[in-house]
Ligand binder design. Sequence first.
Ligand SMILES: *[C@@H]1O[C@H](CO)[C@@H](O)[C@H](O)[C@H]1NC(C)=O
Ligand SMILES: *[C@@H]1O[C@H](CO)[C@@H](O)[C@H](O)[C@H]1NC(C)=O
Ligand SMILES: *[C@@H]1O[C@H](CO)[C@@H](O)[C@H](O)[C@H]1NC(C)=O
Ligand SMILES: *[C@@H]1O[C@H](CO)[C@@H](O)[C@H](O)[C@H]1NC(C)=O
Ligand SMILES: *[C@@H]1O[C@H](CO)[C@@H](O)[C@H](O)[C@H]1NC(C)=O
Length: 254
Amino acid sequence: MELPVVFMLLLLCSSAAYAKTSKSPILSPTPAPAPAPEYVNLTALLTVAGPFHTFLNYLESTKVLETFQDQANKTEEGITIFVPTDSAFSSLKKPSLSNLTADQLKSLILFHALPHYYSLSDFKNLSQSSPIPTFAGGQYTLNFTDVSGTVHLSSGWTDTKVSSSVLSTDPVAIYQVNKVLLPEAIFGTDIPPTPAPAPAPETAPAADAPTADGLNGLSSPGSSPGKSSSYRIISWGIWGHFVLAVSAVLVLFL
Ligand SMILES: *[C@@H]1O[C@H](CO)[C@@H](O)[C@H](O)[C@H]1NC(C)=O
Ligand SMILES: *[C@@H]1O[C@H](CO)[C@@H](O)[C@H](O)[C@H]1NC(C)=O
Ligand SMILES: *[C@@H]1O[C@H](CO)[C@@H](O)[C@H](O)[C@H]1NC(C)=O
Ligand SMILES: *[C@@H]1O[C@H](CO)[C@@H](O)[C@H](O)[C@H]1NC(C)=O
Ligand SMILES: *[C@@H]1O[C@H](CO)[C@@H](O)[C@H](O)[C@H]1NC(C)=O
């Protein structure tokens, strides 16, 4: 649908670039012009990556997209965006986003970005200076911790981690998260106790439960160490296609 068009455009661009460089005499082997595009089109990127359609819709309806794109255009500072997947939004039961005022919703979306470019390794340092102010400013802060190379985020209401890197090329970093980040500045500090997402279904109700109170606290479901092996970095998007296009053209001409 959209992809072939982008691909063809990049192919055209790169063949044009090839034609240009191929004219230069062999004596002066001009180094291939850096293929780094001038700017990252967030809409285009979030449309093909993901699925991030819900977040993109919120970005558009709250007009935060312009704020983020403007910041992404500022190459000295850049931007870091934590993008929740569509399933992060659909699995969000309570608190619901439907009761938020327009201003609160806008702040919640702004809360998903930092007004600076950070590579994943930068978060080792950032964790020492938590809490970190987000794009929403003021009380809207996030805490970061580095757990053996994986970036964990906490907003009080939300504990999650970067599950993949969609793009991390200065000045724009886009990291996928599997939960919507809920700020205390909106939902308050009266955080309900851990919602226990999957209470282990016991086949028979324990008759003599009262004596086991102390031990119950020790069981922590879903902390299997094997989970971290599914962690992977996907560095794809426009760049991938560009490199593909360039190499395709080179192959054609050689
Ligand atoms: C960014 O991408 C979107 C979707 O592909 C497109 O509609 C829009 O015109 C692009 N913006 C710019 C400034 O190129
Ligand atoms: C970002 O830069 C692109 C390319 O220069 C431009 O078309 C677009 O309007 C800019 N967007 C914002 C919000 O500044
Ligand atoms: C959201 O609004 C509905 C209907 O107006 C109400 O029943 C519900 O309690 C509200 N939820 C919160 C968290 O305020
Ligand atoms: C990280 O922190 C250390 C010590 O706090 C500091 O020396 C170093 O310059 C920092 N690195 C970056 C990239 O900020
Ligand atoms: C964030 O870190 C600060 C300082 O370590 C701590 O006081 C605060 O409780 C943390 N907040 C959350 C939501 O984890």
